[in-house]
Write a protein of this length. Structure first.
Length: 88
């Protein structure tokens, strides 16, 4: 199912197009998590994306209440779940 953020804009579910995965995402963290799930990125690469995304928002002075933080935090949770699965 699609995920609906507080802002209300849905993200389509992943699907296959001509046998290739097509995934949608809000953030680079979400993209990296999906790439890791598909075996296209290593775990350490995913963690570098997480760290850089957080650093970028902090250094940019983005308020914690911003939808950008909400989106990043949601995708970071997905990234950590992805890492847990990979470590099992």
């Amino acid at each position: 199912p699609s995920s609906y953020p507080p802002s209300g804009i849905p993200i389509p579910s992943p699907k296959l197009v001509n046998g290739r995965p097509l995934v949608f995402f809000r953030t680079y963290v979400g993209a990296a998590a999906r790439a890791t799930q598909l075996g296209l990125m290593e775990d350490d690469g995913l963690m570098r994306v997480v760290e850089e995304a957080e650093r970028s928002l902090k250094e940019g002075g983005v308020p914690k209440e911003s939808s950008k933080w909400i989106d990043i935090e949601r995708d970071i949770e997905m990234a950590y779940r992805t890492l847990e699965v990979d470590l099992s």
